[in-house]
Design a protein around this ligand. Sequence first.
Ligand code: CP3
Length: 341
Amino acid sequence: MSEPASFLDAAWGKSTPHAPVWLMRQAGRYLPEYRELKERHGFWRMVRTPELAVEVTLQPIRRFPLDAAILFSDIMTPLPPMGVDIDFAPGPVLAEPVRTRSDVDRLRVPDAGELAPFVADAVRLLRSESPVPLIGFAGAPLTLATYLVQGTGTTEHADLRAWLAREPETAHALLDKLTEVTIRYLRTQVEAGAQAVQLFDSWAGVHDVAGYARFGLPYAHRVLDALAGTVPRIYLAVGSSHLYGRIATLPAEVVSVDWRRPLRDCRAELPGLALQGNLDPGLLLTTPELAVAGAHEVLRAGLGGAHIFNLGHGVLPGTDPDTVARLVDAVHEFPRTEGDQ
Ligand code: CP3
C-alpha cells in the first residue's frame, strides 16, 4: 500500500515507493450514491451546501483507497457572485454570454468572504473528516473565459479564438478580472485548509502557441504565483503538448498530463516538474484487465521522477466502479524501483 504522506510527497517532487493515486472527477455520475444525492438535491444545491459537498467529496474515498480527495465543487462556482447566471445541462450553460466591454465592466470582483463562503466551510469540515489530503481547485482564467464568451463549452472554440483576435483589449480586461477572482478564491481554499491546489486550464490546448502565450500563460502564471510558498500547485491543460515549452515556465510543482503521449516523453519537456496522469479514461470503459494493463504501462512510463497516478482527463459516466477499485489496487501494488531511486 502507499504511505499516507505519499500524495503530498510526490506533489512536492519526491519520488515515492509507490505512486499515489486519485482520479479527476472521482466524485460524480459513475457512482450510484452520487446520482441518488443529485436526484434529491440538484447540482448547485450540493455545491452550495457544505454538508452535501463534504458527503460527495468523501463518497469515492469511502469506496476506494485513494490517496487524495478533491473538493466537490465546479470551476464555475466563483462566477455567480460576479453576476453571471449559470445552469448545468449537464455542462455549464450561461443565460447571457459575456462579449462586450460593458458586459465585462459589469462583472463584479467580490471580496474573498463574499465569493464562496460555503466552499471555505466545506474545506474546514473536510479537514476534520477526510482521512487523506484535500485538493482545492479552480478554473484558470482562459478556461473560465471560454465558457463566459461562448456561453457553453461545446463548440470547437473557433468563436472564442475569433473574439480574442478581434477584441484583445476586452479580452485582457475580462482575463484580468477572472485572475483576481481566481486568486481570491484559491487563497480562501488554502487558508481554510486545502493541502494542494489544481488549476484546471482544460481548454488551453485549443490555442496556438502565440495565442496561449498572450491570453493563457500570463494569467495562469499570476494565479499560481499568488500561491507561492503555500501548498503544491498542480496545473492541468488537456491536448496541450504543443504548449509544454511555455507550461514548463509556470510556477507550479506538478503538471497534469493527458493520455496522448507517454509520460517519459513529457518528462523531457517538463524538466524538474512532478507529473500527474495519464491513463486514457476511455480504457476504464473496457474491462478491468485492460484498464490494469494500461495502468501498468503508465506506471512504467512514469518512472524516473515524481509521479501521481491519475487519468488523462475525468472519469467518464458509464465507468464501472469495480473497475476503478481494481485500478486503484493495481497502482498501489506496483513498486517504483526500476531506474528510479
Ligand atoms: O473531480 C471531482 O470529483 C471534483 C468535482 C469537479 C466537478 N467539476 C464536478 C462536476 C471538478 C474538479 C470539476 C471541474 C470542472 N468543471 C472542469 C475542469 C475539469 C475538466 O473536466 O477539464 C470543467 C471544464 C468543468 C465544467 C463542467 N461542469 C462540465 C464540462 C460539466 C459537464 C459534465 C461533466 O461531468 O463533464 C460540469 C458539471 C459537473 N461538474 C458534474 C460534476 C460531478 C456533473 C453534473 C451531473 O450531471 O451530475
